[in-house]
Design a binder for this molecule. Structure first.
Ligand code: CTP
Ligand code: MG
Length: 236
């Protein structure tokens, strides 16, 4: 990807982290795991990536001080943008902030996924390069059997064949996804960007995701991530 093609990243971190919140505590993206805040790890992966020129981070007013503390090391290497009430609105704000940079491609990533790595970013960028006009979605086949609940009981067992769990970073040609987000702004219910692409009839190619690349959602997820990083430290 080196050379002529420009790629940017949007990292969304404007959520309240309600499901992971301990009373009075920090939003999950600012909680500490290992030696750093959750958001630090995704920033390190994207800011440090040779093929990513520009990184926009989307935060909310409540998180301004927490972000400054968590991401001091990257302060002068990222654009900071205000998010909205939904993830969709926050991504749109991040995309708008890249208009002057006009990258060819943009990777959109959840700040709550600290374990994104160089290889996964390279897979998504590589897929964008070989599939002009398409998006790239990292995903893994669903391995659990999936049930639909009905009145507190198992209502139905779904056929999991062909089902994938979607991850981020999701990559797209910048102009296409920015236009799709603008058009979708009146319908604020999309939970990821591949769903907006689908709605806008942009084809999306599946890319192999990474089992490590979990989204930290609950307080337990954060505790497990912390233990994992501390164990990795001991092994080095
Ligand atoms: N996000 C955002 N703006 C919002 C909502 C979510 O930027 N208004 C971001 C979160 O910061 C997170 C990602 O989108 O990095 C995925 O969202 P989720 O895991 O749902 O995080 P929260 O919305 O913060 O958590 P919760 O739903 O438990 O409140
Ligand atoms: Mg949420």
């Amino acid at each position: 990807m080196a050379g002529t093609v420009k790629a940017a990243a949007v990292i969304v971190a404007a959520g309240k982290g309600e499901r992971a919140r301990q009373t009075g505590g920090l939003a999950k993206q600012y909680q500490r795991i290992g030696d750093h805040a959750v958001i630090w790890y995704a920033l390190a992966a994207f800011v440090g990536h040779q093929d990513i020129d520009t990184v926009s981070v989307v935060i909310n007013d409540a998180g301004e001080e927490d972000f400054t503390r968590a991401a001091e090391a990257f302060a002068d290497r990222v654009r900071i943008v205000r998010g909205g009430a939904s993830r969709q609105a926050s991504v749109r704000a991040g995309l708008s902030s890249l208009r002057d940079a006009a990258p060819d491609f943009v990777l959109i990533h959840d700040g709550a996924r600290p374990f994104v790595d160089e290889a996964l970013i390279a897979r998504v960028l590589g897929t964008l390069a070989t599939h002009p006009g398409a998006g790239a979605l990292p995903a893994l086949p669903v391995s659990d059997t999936i049930k639909r609940e009905r009145d507190g009981l198992v209502g139905e067992t779904l056929d999991r064949a062909g089902l994938f769990a979607a991850q981020t970073p999701q990559g797209f040609p910048y102009r296409m996804i920015a236009d799709a987000h603008d058009a979708a702004a009146g319908f604020d219910h999309f939970t990821d960007d591949a769903a907006i692409a689908e709605w806008a009839e942009i084809p999306v190619v599946l890319v192999e995701g990474s089992a490590a690349n979990v989204k930290l959602t609950t307080a337990q997820d954060i505790a497990i991530a912390d233990q994992k990083l501390k164990k990795a430290d001991v092994m080095i």
